[in-house]
Design a protein. Structure first.
Ligand SMILES: [Zn+2]
Ligand SMILES: [Zn+2]
Length: 346
């Protein structure tokens, strides 16, 4: 099958690789239609690693996909060949202590797409996944809308962790795909006052279109005074979606005493640092958010019920043999990019 092979830092090469083995019991063979480029793919692309997770070359990236069911293994009852699905890229064991208490995302034996020693990436024509990871999408949906269920599920999980934010003052730092999906998830869950900081003008415009109460450039010396004017007591909750150390400082200053910071961004460095004085005097809480904890189906139902359209966020599509160009476009923030997809199917 055709694939985009990640052969070295910042190098993506079109290649032929072996087809996956036929689907086993409870598994389905997927024909991959579209794949999203995620911030975590970009960390691997630029540095070859995310913390302790180190890539060995060559390998395949990609974990956000929508697909057509091509064949089904023994005992598969819910899906049939031809079905269109969104895919949860995580397989959890279902029996460890974490799975038993509902923390499938921190399963001791989790296997995730495009993680070394776990599952191959989906930047190729076919993949085999358990039926349980595949969720039917509407015939009226674009493949891209199906792909977006992966990042949307992460943001829905984060929004659920924060609880009922009705009437609360909320900050989102970073309006990339995760920041924008989070804004979408918050809007769908109830009215709140959301301020968004983002250095890139076009991404701020996307946040405005999604109904952000205020947007601003965190490099502008005036921005904090503007937020303080609207929320003089500080923000109740801040979601960090930038992976930037400066955003942690911004968050700590913005939050009211007793406020909560949720960290979704993946920092490029192995250590995070926070102003201990502010953190302590305000008695702030920091909550790390890890992936989506089985929220894909709920994300899909919410998107369907609310008629949420993710297409405006998808600014670019590239064919599989232009994966290098696709990754460079996103890595270098070229050409007004927000979410870029790689189209594999016809
Ligand atoms: Zn992702
Ligand atoms: Zn488990």
């Amino acid at each position: 099958m055709k694939a985009a092979l990640f052969t070295d830092l910042r190098t993506m090469v079109p290649a032929e690789i072996p087809d996956p083995a036929p689907p086993g019991p409870g598994e389905v063979l997927l024909r991959i239609e579209e794949v999203g480029i995620c911030g975590s793919d970009l960390h691997y692309y630029r540095t070859g690693r995310i913390g302790s997770q180190v890539m060995s070359f060559p390998t395949t990236l990609g974990h956000e996909c929508a697909a057509t069911v091509e064949a089904v293994g023994e005992g598969v009852a819910r899906l049939r060949p031809g079905d269109r699905v969104a895919v949860d890229p995580a397989i959890s064991c279902g029996t460890c202590d974490q799975c038993r208490c509902g923390r499938l995302h921190t399963c001791r034996h989790v296997k995730f797409m495009a993680v070394a020693g776990q599952l191959p990436g989906c930047l190729c024509e076919f993949a085999v996944m358990p039926e349980a990871c595949c969720f039917l999408i509407s015939d009226t949906w674009t493949w891209g809308q199906g792909v977006m269920m992966e990042p949307f599920a992460i943001c829905l999980y984060a929004a659920k962790l924060a609880g009922d934010l009705t009437g609360q003052a909320v900050g989102i730092l970073g309006a990339g795909p995760i920041g924008l999906c989070l804004l979408t998830a918050l809007n769908a869950r109830g009215p709140s006052h959301v301020v968004v900081t983002e250095p890139l003008t076009w991404r701020r415009r996307h946040a405005q279109n999604l109904g952000a109460e205020w947007t601003g450039d965190p490099r502008d010396p005036e921005w904090e005074a503007e937020v303080a004017e609207q929320h003089p007591e500080g923000l109740d909750v801040v979601f960090e979606c930038a992976g930037e150390p400066s955003a942690y400082d911004d968050a700590l200053r913005l939050l009211r005493p007793g406020g909560r910071l949720f960290v979704l961004g993946i920092p490029e460095h192995d250590r995070m640092s926070f102003d201990a004085d502010l953190l302590r005097r305000k008695e702030l809480s920091i909550h790390m958010v890890r992936r989506q904890n089985d929220c894909t189906h709920e994300a899909l139902e919410l998107a369907e019920a609310r008629g949420i359209d993710f297409e405006p966020m998808i600014t670019h599509r590239f064919p599989l043999d232009q994966a290098q160009k696709a990754f460079d476009t996103v890595a270098d923030y070229r050409d007004g990019v927000v979410k870029a997809l790689i189209t594999i199917g016809r």
